[in-house]
Design a binder for this molecule. Structure first.
Ligand code: WTA
Length: 637
């Protein structure tokens, strides 16, 4: 497979960019022509940002799995599609060629059909990082079932919320998951969730850890038994469902600044075209390269850059079940060495954490296969950037700092590896088709360079969010109403002398903890569920490894006096309601919160205190009770 649309020089980047702005429809039609369609589109783009209503390639029909699998069979059927490295380095790794992956996806798609799943149904996937997770995702797409993957670190309550919101009818899970030296009892978490989910008719359970599970008659069935049934049916061919370009492909829940997580919806054609285009260009993938993205498929990075982007490009994608520090902090480098990885894509949190373990874990590892390094999920500090560049890339490998979001479906701002220049801690320039701008508080565009403001995008790209599932108005108010006519990212950024973007972080009440998005309101709601809690306020603070840590101020009125056990109980409550990823790092018990006379919590003050800035708290004249601030300052953790 060659990529005629792969940009090869700075000049080509500039001309592609210009073409994408002057004639977006012609530009994207030219790229979309390289995919396999059942029916060509009638119209490339229809859009307005006020409803919002964005449609790409209307009239076109296709199936994304034919683009990810079938079309590669003739040319690269025997090449590895997925390399899987287990959690335990002593267990055998697995390789699935394109032919094998195609076969298994068709087989499992038939399992889904046998279990009553049909086009348009929603299916929840809660699985470990094993090849069967990718197979489950693709099998859904094969028959037009909308997948909603939930990351394995979420609690039963979070899963139940997501299943209910999407009205899922089927769950695909495993008995358990191995993560480092822990076994996570996935099926038992699902059982707890399903107490609240009457819409679920079937649960398909993969065997992974062999932990005992309860299988409910009439509802639960084993993955392996279902596969056997398909084998006795003689493995009927599972033709791909013909999908309209704008049919839903998946829902992925993400946190916002208010209320419950929202189901970000992506559709078939535009998402596929942009995931592929950005993958091929940002990473400069060459046929035969081994590409390793360390994300979990439960997040958007895994959807776009472990599954759909690489497979649609006929790439070899490496899937790792474990964690960077098990059995020791050299695990990533062992994997690079073992499989001769050429492209490595990871998160700043992982880099900072591994940096902290020192160079003993890097030396004696052969990293000479590496050509390109990437980062995603949060701003990368210069120190971590340089360590990554020098110690891992040995100064030879360009680093792509890729900025994007669940809602954008693919990378919007990044240098192109070895083609356009990188700059430490800067995402640099927009991809072709992406038109960013900075605005001030009032929404006035900030022109010129050396300015900072709120990051917006003024024109649709093919994988832009289409709606938030079941609540279109939430999509409009969250992203398209703050600055009418623009998509608002929720991020702040600055533009340097050369026009490079540097993302400075969220400007709303969303935290970015180890690259995971968590809403402060969500954490507060969870803390407030604890019986002894009267009120709470959650803010972020700078954390050396996680990027941001979670700092909770809690008014506690329960009957315990021992602070340590109160903190433990509150932490446990958050783990129950959201999941271990949202546990507060610090909990300060307070007698009151700084409020304005109208009762609004002054988070600005709490944020400053959490950051350790006790002197310059800014204007405190509107405070109802200034004494509270003094108390909080005194008790800072
Ligand atoms: C942040 C992850 C700085 C940003 C793909 C964004 C980044 C949020 C970068 C989206 C980057 C992502 N530099 N910040 N290269 N990439 N972010 O939806 O705040 O999990 O809004 O998508 O992560 O997180 P999400």
């Amino acid at each position: 497979m060659s990529y005629p649309y792969q940009i090869k020089s700075s000049e080509e980047y500039r001309s592609a960019y210009e073409a994408s702005v002057s004639d977006p429809e012609g530009f994207w039609a030219g790229i979309a022509a390289h995919f396999s369609w059942r029916r060509k589109w009638d119209k490339v783009l229809e859009w307005n940002f006020s409803d919002p209503d964005v449609k790409w390639f209307t009239g076109g029909q296709l199936n994304i799995t034919e683009n990810c699998l079938d079309r590669h069979l003739a040319e690269r059927g025997d090449q590895p599609a997925i390399i899987w490295e287990p959690n335990d380095p002593g267990e055998d790794y697995r390789i699935l060629t394109y032919k094998e992956l195609h076969f298994k996806v068709c087989q499992f798609a038939q399992v889904l059909k046998n279990n009553g799943a049909k086009k348009g149904d929603r299916v929840c996937i809660y699985m470990p990082m094993v090849p069967e997770l990718a197979i489950a995702v693709l099998a859904c797409a094969r028959i037009g079932v909308i997948h909603s993957v939930v990351f394995g670190g979420f609690s039963a309550q979070s899963i139940a919320d997501r299943i209910q919101d999407a009205g899922c009818t089927l769950v695909i899970t495993a008995d358990g998951a191995f993560r480092g030296n822990k076994d996570i009892p996935l099926k038992s978490v699902i059982d707890d969730a399903l107490v609240q989910c009457p819409t679920i008719r079937r649960v398909i359970v993969l065997t992974r850890t062999r932990v005992p599970v309860s299988m409910i008659k009439g509802r639960d069935t084993w993955w392996e038994d279902e596969i056997r049934k398909v084998e006795t049916q003689g493995n009927p061919a599972c033709p791909a469902e013909v999908m309209d370009a704008e049919d839903m492909l998946f829902i992925l829940y993400t946190s916002g600044s208010t209320g419950k997580p929202k189901g970000v919806v992506h559709t078939c054609a535009g998402y596929m075209v942009f995931a592929n285009y950005s993958f091929v260009n940002v990473f400069q993938y060459q046929p035969g390269d081994v590409y390793f993205c360390t994300a979990d498929i439960g997040w958007i990075t895994g959807h776009s850059y472990i599954v759909y982007g690489p497979l649609s490009a006929g790439a070899t994608t490496l899937l790792f079940e474990g964690i960077p520090t098990f059995p020791d902090a050299g695990r990533f480098w062992d994997i690079v060495d073992k499989f001769k990885v050429n492209i490595l894509y990871t998160a700043p949190t992982a880099i900072r954490s591994l940096m902290g373990f020192g160079l003993d874990f890097v030396k004696n590892k052969d990293l000479s296969s590496l050509k390109v390094l990437g980062t995603v999920g949060e701003p990368i500090n210069e120190e971590a950037w340089h360590w990554y560049h020098e110690q891992i890339g040995k100064g030879r490998c360009p680093i792509v700092d890729t900025w994007w979001q669940t809602e954008t479906g693919g990378i919007l701002i990044s240098n192109l590896a070895g083609v356009t220049p990188g700059k430490p801690a800067h995402a640099t320039l927009p991809l072709p088709g992406v038109q960013p701008l900075l605005v001030d508080e009032k929404g006035e565009e900030l022109h010129g360079n050396n300015v900072s403001g709120n990051l917006c995008i003024k024109f649709p790209w093919p994988s832009i969010i289409r709606t938030t599932y079941g609540d279109h108005d939430r999509c409009r108010t969250t992203y398209f109403a703050t600055y009418p006519g623009l998509y608002f990212t929720g991020d702040g950024a600055l533009r340097d002398e050369q026009g490079n973007y540097r993302i400075t972080g969220r400007v709303d009440d969303v935290l970015n903890v180890s690259g995971h998005r968590i809403g402060t309101a969500e954490v507060e709601n969870a803390i407030n569920m604890h019986t002894g809690v009267v009120e709470s306020a959650v803010v972020g603070y700078p954390h050396d490894i996680k990027g941001q840590g979670i700092y909770a101020y809690v008014i506690f009125n329960g009957n315990k006096t021992d602070e340590a056990s109160i903190r433990k109980d509150i932490t446990q409550t958050v783990a129950r309601i959201i999941g271990p990823i949202a546990k507060p790092d610090k909990i300060q018990l307070v007698s009151g919160l700084p409020k304005t006379r109208s009762g609004k919590i002054m988070r600005r003050i709490l944020r400053k205190i959490a950051e350790g800035e006790l002197q310059n708290l800014g204007d405190t004249s509107t405070l109802l009770d200034p004494a509270v601030v003094e108390e909080i300052k005194g008790g800072k953790l």
